[in-house]
Design a protein around this ligand. Structure first.
Ligand SMILES: C[S@@+](CC[C@H](N)C(=O)[O-])C[C@H]1O[C@@H](n2cnc3c(N)ncnc32)[C@H](O)[C@@H]1O
Length: 359
């Protein structure tokens, strides 16, 4: 019996047949190919996987995000029916910690319609195991959300979406492509330049050789969800590594088993991600009519929400865990660790005052 081709074989066949592919097409195949993509085949999270995320470091992260959403829900008049949507919920840890806190508020559980947007069957099973009591439903189409107010959370989701890369040359911008040289995957440039005028103002003065990343998929997701929130009322909270203003710079990285890895080697087995252009996402959300908060760091966001007090309370409740709690707190907020690399972004209906974004 013929074995089906592996993902590297499929990618190489496609390049031989159709010519070099854009980086976005390559990333899309690597990450979400229906049967062989990185986010389709296994659970990449945790110490045994490729990386550890904030909710997996400590329950404090999810609890404070839960408090954030209860506060917004109360500001909205505690609607009797509302949708809480998580993008890329991983193992369901963030949502489980959020809901443990949020459902203490009277009326929150009764009004909750929990929706999850996820591509990975193994992670869907884990989400189901953790979140079953809240009766989650998985969605694949944002247009099918109900008319209720909409609260959205995304931790380390936008960095996992494909980007296009453009390299500045004398005659304009050339798209970076993935091709084959002597049967080895290599980067190259599309021969056809894209005129300078087609690129944003922010990169107009970029020198020859500069790299510009465009998150088309991120912009599309943010646009659809911002329009939905603008109509129904609500907010979007995204926490991720990223930058405030659209700018040049290459941020694409590969990670395998907690080590940096070549992005062209081992497609489907390597996590590929980029830093999120929060400047571009802010523009999209503002154009849809939402109020965008000034971008803040994960450290400032969690500290405003009370992570130091929460850590003390946990340590008092369980003195044996005090040093683990302190280590986790430090990992989430220290500038040497996740504290300033990760940013908190919030776009909300005008009139709402999202907590954690105090000036
Ligand atoms: C880096 S993990 C973060 C998981 C979780 N939010 C956390 O903080 O632990 C990215 C998540 O987004 C999901 N994901 C990635 N690309 C996706 C896509 N195109 N559509 C839906 N989910 C996606 C992954 O399966 C995973 O659950």
């Amino acid at each position: 019996m013929n074995e089906s081709p592996s993902l590297p074989e499929l990618i190489d066949m496609q390049i031989r047949t159709n010519g070099p592919m854009s980086l976005a097409t390559y990333m899309g195949l690597c990450l979400t190919h229906p049967s062989k993509g990185y986010y389709r085949t296994s659970d990449p999270l945790g110490t045994k996987g490729d990386f550890v995320t904030a909710p997996e470091i400590s329950q404090m992260f999810g609890e404070l995000v839960g408090f954030f959403f209860v506060n917004l829900w109360q500001q909205m008049g505690s609607p009797k029916a509302f949708t809480l949507l998580e993008l890329g919920p991983g193992r369901g840890t963030l949502m489980a910690d959020m809901l443990r806190v949020a459902c203490r508020a009277e009326g929150f559980r009764d009004g909750l319609d929990l929706r999850l947007f996820e591509t990975n069957p193994a992670l869907i099973a884990e989400q189901n195991a953790r979140l079953e009591p809240y009766e989650p439903k998985w969605i694949s189409d944002f247009d099918k959300l109900s008319a209720e107010p909409l609260l959205i959370v995304a931790n380390e989701f936008f960095d996992a979406l494909p980007v296009r890369q453009f390299v500045r040359a004398e005659d304009g911008w050339h798209e970076r492509m993935v091709g084959l040289d002597d049967n080895k995957r290599v980067f190259g440039l599309s021969p056809t330049p894209i005129p300078m005028s087609a690129m944003p103002e922010a990169v107009a003065d970029a020198p020859v050789g500069a790299v510009f990343e465009v998150g088309i998929a991120s912009g599309e997701v943010m646009s659809r969800l911002s329009k939905a929130v603008a109509v129904k009322g609500g907010a979007i909270l995204a926490i991720d590594y990223g930058y405030e203003q659209t700018q040049t710079g290459e941020t694409l990285q590969g990670v395998r088993r907690h080590q940096f890895a070549d992005v062209l080697e081992a497609p489907g087995e390597t996590d590929l991600s980029t830093h999120v252009d929060f400047g571009a996402l802010s523009t999209v959300a503002a154009n849809a009519g939402l109020m965008v908060q000034p971008l803040t760091t994960q450290a400032a966001f969690l500290q405003h929400l009370g992570i130091n007090e929460r850590a003390k309370a946990l340590a008092v409740a369980n003195p044996g865990s005090a040093s683990d709690v302190e280590q986790a707190r430090d990992r989430l907020v220290s500038p040497q660790q996740m504290g300033t690399l990760f940013k908190a972004f919030c776009a909300a209906s005008p009139g709402l005052v999202p907590p954690g974004f105090a000036p």
